[in-house]
Write a protein that binds this ligand. Structure first.
Ligand code: GDP
Length: 297
């Protein structure tokens, strides 16, 4: 069952107050300490943890928890509800343009899984939304990325638009959008250049691509395993470029997924998908409630 981890953590307090009838404010505080530990252990950003615990304490103290016959379950429920809400409540969908083609920019740092996720996303949109995607190889600084995308396109039997490394990414994107119109491909997914760090040149290039035709989605691809770093990356991309959503990769690893909570809370942008493996069908819709369970262990 979900939330056994947190429920177990709260057992100590509950055992101690058993028979006492009501919980005191101090008891709730003690439980909140356990909530804080659980979140920190899941690698949630400290600032996010503080804000979250404050909010949950207020709710817990302000409600009938202290008079409840099952205060532990009540606290767990409040924590779960708040976590779910913080991560976006209902699961989000992809925005498509009223007039084709829809343009989706994939942005992120090198190694986050951007190129792989470009293929995975195209695959999902084709299967679930009946879209006709065109993959665009605009990561010209890592020549292997172009080959990688071409290979992915072959594996998925999806068209890939590439112009090698001598044409600028902006020009590649422009031509790709034209090509999609001619070929009646309704979803252009651009694999933009990654870098090791966020820098001005990268942001300028991404802004130039974005200026061609306002994208319907700008998805930031972040590696869930990078924990705290993911937050800084997400904050920078969101402030400097503006993103519309996040795709969190490598959740098949042993991370508890605290990055999901941090990234969402810092950017206030929805997490739309999660990467669950290296295979091209390993991209799933993001479910806030499931992630909440995972974070609390
Ligand atoms: P890019 O530099 O951001 O384009 O990253 P790549 O798409 O080349 O991915 C970097 C590495 O991460 C590759 O070995 C991918 O197979 C791997 N990868 C991407 N997404 C996932 C995922 O969800 N789970 C796992 N385990 N590996 C992933």
């Amino acid at each position: 069952m979900a939330f056994e981890g947190l429920a177990e953590r709260l057992q100590g307090t509950l055992q101690r107050v058993k028979g006492k009838g009501k919980l005191s404010e101090a008891d709730v505080k003690e439980m909140m300490r356990e909530v804080r530990f659980a979140l920190i252990e899941a690698d949630v950003n400290l600032k996010v943890v503080k804000g979250f615990v404050k909010k949950v304490s207020e709710r817990a103290i302000g409600q009938d928890v202290m008079n409840s016959l099952t205060p532990g379950q009540q606290v767990v429920k409040i924590v779960k509800d708040e976590l779910t809400e913080l991560m976006g409540g209902e699961q989000s969908k992809v925005e498509f343009a009223a007039k084709s083609p829809t343009v989706i920019m994939m942005v992120g740092l090198q190694g986050a899984g951007k190129t792989t996720t470009t293929g995975k996303l195209a695959n999902v949109l084709r299967k679930k939304n009946n879209r006709k995607p065109l993959l665009v190889a605009a990561d010209i600084y890592r020549p292997a990325a172009i080959k990688q995308l071409e290979t992915i396109g072959k594996q998925l039997s999806l068209p890939v638009f590439s112009k090698g490394t001598d044409v600028s990414p902006v020009e590649i994107a422009r031509q790709a959008i034209e090509h999609a119109k001619e070929e009646h491909l309704d979803t252009v997914i651009i694999d933009t250049a990654g870098r090791l760090h966020v820098d001005e040149e990268l942001m300028q290039e991404l802004k130039d691509i974005r200026a061609l035709k306002e994208p319907d989605e700008v998805f930031l691809v972040v590696d869930a395993m990078t924990g705290q770093d993911a937050v800084n990356v997400a904050q920078s991309f969101n402030e400097l470029l503006g993103i519309s959503g996040v795709i969190l990769t490598k959740l098949d690893g042993d991370t508890r997924g605290g990055a999901a909570l941090s990234v969402r809370s810092v950017t206030e942008k929805p997490i739309k998908f999660v990467g669950m493996g290296e295979k091209l069908d390993a991209l799933e819709a993001f479910y806030p409630e499931r992630m909440a369970s995972r974070i609390l262990g």
